[in-house]
Design a binder for this molecule. Sequence first.
Ligand SMILES: [Zn+2]
Length: 404
Amino acid sequence: MDKIDAGLRAEAVLADIAGSGEIWRPSFTSEYMAAKDKVRELMAQAGLRTHEDAVGNLYGVLKGESECTVLTGSHLDTVRNGGKYDGACGIVLPVLALEELVAEGFRPKKTVAVIAMYEEEGSRFPSSYLSSRFITGKITDTELEERDKNGISIREAMQAYGYDPADYKSAKLDHISAFFELHVEQGPRLYNCGADIGVVESIVGLYSYELTLTGKQNHAGTTPMNMRLDPVLEACRIIDGVDSFVRAETPSAVVTAGGIRSVPGLSNVIAQEAFFTLDFRSGSQAALDAIDGCIRRRLKDSEAKGFAVKLTVKCAEPPCRMDSGIAAAVQAAADAAGLKSLRMDSGAGHDSQIIAASFPTGMVFIPSVDGVSHSPKEYTRPKDLKNGIKTVKQLILRLAGEAK
Ligand SMILES: [Zn+2]
């Protein structure tokens, strides 16, 4: 099969998995199971032996001389009204890469396995990364009781499709020498700079704060400007101040004030209360600490002006470093495939950040056109899919080795 065909074929396979109409594959639904059936068929066609574990992770395995395994894969669930590429690429491209390797007579020294995971997106249940937490043994009994919007628990959802949640501990993996996840970037960097492959060095840490400022509610017409304690204005100043700080002091970080409202929220009343959120992310813990310091200093200033302030930390996830050896292997694989690569951080969360705590882990990014993701407009060109396959082939050769 020539190289252009590999990209077009991958595109056709991804389109087939997506089906027609809105793309939405919450875990343990008929949409999800239908997609999994298609992946199972693809794995079998590629010459991989397929099986599922007790909790419904699907594996396609190419047995090597040793039980020691190089694992790759991604998630098959999607957000509502999502795209064809997020998650599915990280399953389909490695399967197609293995199919080519098998056809070329490759026999691996280590076993190579592709896993199709679920519930990475929090597509159905409140918390995410379910599969990756199962395979790394980070799930507890109580977490299986977590419920979806209709009151169905994870345990019940699994049982409805014949899986055995009572045996969830058997899903924990051993003998994994390396894990890597190919994923679309979901951002614009590779596409904008014309690079083919992203070598991920870390997955950014995510901090999310909720802030409330309480001032003095009063009449918008009769209260002179110098007698106001307006929490909306103060919130705007804090947001602007933190934004300026990030641009000047921690330019690799991003900050977003996405949720903002006031009480009572009327055009003719100086508000009593302003509520806003600050979501900030960076691959550097030092940058996250600096932004946290900036926010807290600003709040102190607000207090000194007479505002009552409240800060609630909703989330403070540190950055997750990828294994430097695997990052080097990804770089070498892209070089060997004659592709232009870029070292970068991932701005989005991935199963890899869970798995990295248990096994040496790395990520391979391919470009997203215009950086669009979590949207039906998500698009990755066939030539980039082909480059993903080429890189994965080289990476498997490096990480698994060839049998003598
Ligand atoms: Zn994803």
